[in-house]
Design a protein around this ligand. Structure first.
Ligand code: ARG
Length: 468
């Protein structure tokens, strides 16, 4: 059989054209959505009297057979069919004859590809949201065990103020919660049906787009057909959401790499998620976080690539848009495996509490507390308090100790308004717990944050169950 569109052509298509033009090698991934879409379309054609009951049944059986063939690996993919839409339609006609030729009534590949791709993006949006919940749960579990584990909080990668490790983990939980919400809002915004738009302008056939939209799990049909077949915003949002989420994951990956170095040793990654060196027998390398950080790059590339493809396109469909799929598949697959392995890395890593606490004795982490003490208890203006504290830090440096280890007499030699009660303020744990403002690092506030995220997780779990 020749090309579906061969009617107006007298010459044969070159092999090179097939190779360049075809998307079949990658869009075969969409087969299940194509079949689902065709079934819904056939149901609507039947309901509208455009095909009879017998034709409808034959089409459904034929589509089921094709799905089996693809899943069993016996389906013959032939590049000259161009894409999955035409490959399936051609096979359908081979199997069921004339009824197969009626399926494309009131349909174009333009709304078909818009549908299949949207169904793919929506389905994976749900999968990614599930995987995010697993990662957030892993953060919650580790935070629950570490809301008293002291950790030097940093700015500019320099010791700044003491925090606890649970609090640090909850920062990432908050980021991923925001990512989840971003996926959720994209899902809702884009949950409308393109099918029935045909090539660009709608169709003279009496289609019922409400029926197909409902059948496919969409909230409604799209408003304007010209926009719908030209639109890839749903894919761009997916790419942006993934890129942003990977940026968050990459920041965590960077910290895990630093923390597992000999200099830090704050965490030890499980052997199951570490690799060795081919030449240096002593080495244990954090390849997983490194790859998480590295793979972030390709997700940015995929976003920029599709934004660039779309920027100059006149309405409606242009073949350029076939370039939308590979990058999106790649980002989706990267996001899914990254989230899956990240949850495992977090669940299995060992937290070296003593190392973290020791590190809190470097860098005079309670300096701000001394300044605050001078302001509150000694009624010294902040600028002056800042200066006195600077002197105290210099003295500690001179003595080769941390500010928290300086005795009261030494502090009084700098300023005699300092009293005995200063000692408490210099303790690192006191400093951490003093940051008890809403959203702060104190153990009490950290536990509050853990509870809030746990409550959110429970709500999401409930929603999940109410759908299934
Ligand atoms: N394979 C095409 C794509 O992925 C779908 C067909 C578009 N329609 C057309 N008239 N060429 O974008």
């Amino acid at each position: 059989m020749g090309k579906m569109w061969s009617g107006r052509f007298s010459g044969k298509a070159s092999k090179l054209l097939d190779e360049f033009n075809a998307s079949l090698n990658f869009d075969k991934k969409l087969y299940e959505y194509d079949i689902k879409g065709s079934k819904a379309h056939a149901k609507m054609l039947n309901a509208q009297g455009l095909i009879d009951d017998n034709e409808y049944k034959t089409i459904i059986n034929g589509l089921d057979q094709i799905r089996d063939e693809i899943e069993r690996g016996t389906f013959q993919f032939d590049l000259s069919d161009e894409d999955i839409h035409m490959a399936i339609e051609k096979r359908l006609t081979e199997i069921i004859g004339d009824a197969g030729k009626k399926l494309h009534t009131a349909r174009s590949r333009n709304d078909q590809v818009a549908l299949d791709f949207r169904l793919y993006v929506q389905a994976h949006n749900e999968i990614i949201r599930e995987l995010i919940l697993d990662v957030v749960e892993a953060f919650v579990e580790i935070a629950k065990k570490n809301s008293e584990t002291m950790l030097p909080g940093m700015t500019h990668l320099q010791h700044a103020q003491p925090i606890n490790f649970g609090y640090h983990m909850m920062a990432y939980a908050s980021m991923l919660k925001r990512d989840h919400e971003r996926f959720e809002s994209s899902f809702k915004r884009n949950n409308y049906s393109p099918i029935g738009c045909a090539a660009l302008a709608g169709t003279p056939h009496p289609v019922n787009r409400e029926l197909t939209a409902h059948e496919l799990g969409f909230d409604r049909p799209s408003l304007n057909c010209l926009d719908t077949v030209s639109d890839r915003d749903f894919a761009l949002e997916m790419l942006f959401n993934i890129a942003t989420m990977m940026m968050h994951i990459s920041r965590l990956a960077e910290e895990l790499i630093l923390w597992s170095s000999s200099e830090f040793r704050f965490v030890t990654l499980s052997d199951a998620y570490s690799t060795g060196s081919s030449i240096m027998p002593q080495k244990k390398n954090p390849d997983v976080p490194e790859l998480l950080r590295g793979k972030t790059g390709r997700t940015y590339g995929n976003l920029i690539s599709l934004l660039t493809v779309m920027k100059g396109l006149p309405l409606a469909y242009n073949k350029d848009m076939q370039e939308d799929k590979e990058g999106t598949f790649d980002s989706v697959e990267t996001a899914e495996i990254s989230l899956t392995i990240l949850a495992e890395v977090i669940k299995t890593m060992q937290v070296n509490k003593e190392r973290m606490e020791q590190a809190c004795k470097i860098g005079h982490l309670s300096a701000t507390d001394l300044a605050d003490y001078l302001v509150e208890k000694c009624k010294i203006p902040f600028r002056e308090a800042h200066f006195i504290t600077g002197r105290a830090v210099a003295l500690a440096e001179e003595k080769g100790c941390d500010l928290s280890e300086l005795d009261t007499a030494s502090l009084q030699s700098i300023d005699d308004r300092i009293k005995e009660d200063v000692e408490k303020y210099l303790s690192i744990r006191h400093s951490m717990n003093a940051r008890n403002s809403q959203g702060g690092t104190s153990t009490e506030r950290t536990k509050e944050q853990i509870e809030a995220i746990q409550k959110w997780l429970q709500e999401k779990e409930k929603m999940k169950n109410s759908f299934s």
